[in-house]
Unconditional design. Structure first.
Length: 457
């Protein structure tokens, strides 16, 4: 492959997406190919390294099953899971109604679908080791309104740092509940310990190679679903746990750190008699309203510049709606004015309006609409400004591309010349060696001739 191919292969691979019908798929794959190619170029990826990576991903797939999801673990430990959670939260909280919602964090690889639904206040520990802990709180909207009937999945490790699915076939320290009419929930379980993510697979090998520890701070998982609200996946972290500053999956958020308050043996808040010290944890869950049509909004953004992407698109839509309102208002007033003139009636506002009657107001209204349209046209550039800017950008990109190609060509020419120089140097060294050897032979011959001559004399 020539050096030119090494660059243009990226364009060629992206061009093969021209038949893709799903715009979101096309956008994601285009970026993936571009970044993947750039990564390979940046690190000068060798075939051996690439085959090692493929082997690593194959091993990761082989570790996945009903109870183990090594790919989620890989995504978690590389920080990608948490990054996608942050992006989703940022999108969701753009709306004012979503502000104040409980922060989300990673789901992790230990969610087990189908946990038993239990009565509020039940003990879900099911015999796992650990000090008893009573968890309680309310599920509300961001404005504090109670959400009744919310489905709450909870799961955690035991005091030894193990999940039920790591120790057997039975679900333990895991259940689901429904919030009551006041949005309240409560249950008993154990105080969890900090624990390492599984390190007996390819992700463990990767962490060791990176020189990283594999620990997560102590936490309890929550997954909350309620009609009309965005699903929430989150944790409550133990404020006294180790590793809050270096979670192996980057999942800690300050707002999710809760207090495990210790109590002596006695009567618990729910009236239960507890024969040993126990903990209470208060953790409210505030849900954001469900976005109305995230798919439509996303597709609009995927159409790219000139198609109303993101906030710019929203601004233009708002402006268009405002102009439509003004136009409709002006038309309505125009019609009313015509009707009044036809009936010979005077405008009821005539004497109250400074500077004239309905006709003048109508002119002013029309002028206002016209000014609004002109402003919108100037701001949007009628699409022409955006296109010109895009054209300029493309021109710059082409020039950068050309310069980059020239630099790489130059670099390769220098490399070739350097190699030729090295070859000539090697040849020169060989010749020098031969000359030295010939000189030595000549010296020997001269010495022998001298000895012979001396003997003869
Ligand atoms: Fe966990």
């Amino acid at each position: 492959m020539s050096e030119q191919d090494r660059l243009t292969i990226t364009k060629a691979a992206i061009a093969r997406l021209s038949g893709a019908k799903d715009p979101r798929f096309k956008r994601v794959m285009t970026a993936l190919i571009r970044h993947l190619h750039e990564f390979a170029r940046e690190v000068e990826l060798t075939e051996e390294e690439w085959m090692t990576a493929i082997g690593f991903l194959t091993d990761t797939g082989k570790m996945c099953g009903g109870k183990r999801q090594e790919f989620i673990l890989l995504s978690d430990t590389l920080g990608v899971s948490m990054l996608t959670v942050m992006l989703a939260q940022a999108r969701a909280t753009r709306g004012r109604a979503s502000r104040g919602a409980t922060e989300a964090t990673v789901q992790g690889p230990f969610f087990w679908e189908g946990a038993p639904e239990m009565a509020l206040g039940a003990d879900i520990a099911n015999g796992v080791a650990g000090e008893p802990a009573f968890y309680r709180g309310r599920v509300t909207s961001t404005r504090g309104a109670p959400i009744a009937g919310a489905l709450i999945d909870v799961w955690s490790v035991d005091a030894g740092g193990l999940y039920d699915m790591q120790t057997g076939e039975e679900m333990r320290a895991r259940a689901k509940f429904r919030s009551d009419r006041e949005g309240r929930y409560s249950f008993w379980s154990v105080r969890p310990a900090h624990y390492p993510v599984p390190t007996d697979g390819p992700v463990g090998r990767m962490l060791r190679a990176m020189g990283r520890h594999a620990y997560r701070p102590a936490h309890v998982h929550f997954m909350v679903r309620a009609k009309g609200y965005a699903p929430l996946v989150t944790h409550v972290f133990d404020s006294r746990s180790k590793y809050l500053d270096s979670d192996a999956v980057f999942g800690v958020r300050d707002s999710l750190i809760g207090k495990f308050t210790k109590h002596p043996a006695g009567t618990a808040p729910d009236g239960r008699r507890i024969p040993s010290p126990y903990y209470t944890v208060d953790f409210d869950l505030r849900l954001a309203p469900q976005a109305k049509s995230p798919t439509r909004r996303r597709c609009r953004a995927d159409r790219g510049p000139g198609h109303g992407a993101g906030e710019e698109g929203d601004r233009r839509q708002g402006e268009a709606a405002r102009l439509a309102d003004l136009r409709a208002d002006a038309t309505r007033r125009d019609r009313l004015s015509r009707e009044r003139r036809r009936r010979g009636a005077r405008s009821p506002c005539r004497h109250r309006t400074r500077g004239g009657g309905a006709r003048e107001r109508l002119h002013r209204r029309r002028a206002q609409v016209h000014r609004g349209e002109q402003q919108a046209h100037r701001r949007n550039g009628g699409g022409g400004e955006a296109r010109r800017a895009q054209g300029r950008l493309m021109g710059v990109a082409e020039r950068v591309w050309g310069a980059l190609t020239a630099v790489i060509k130059l670099e390769d020419r220098v490399t070739r010349q350097s190699e030729a120089l090295k070859a000539q140097q090697t040849k020169l060294e060989d010749l020098t060696g031969r000359i030295i050897r010939l000189e030595a032979q000549l010296e020997l011959l001269t010495s022998a001739a001298l000895v012979k001559r001396l003997k003869g004399s």
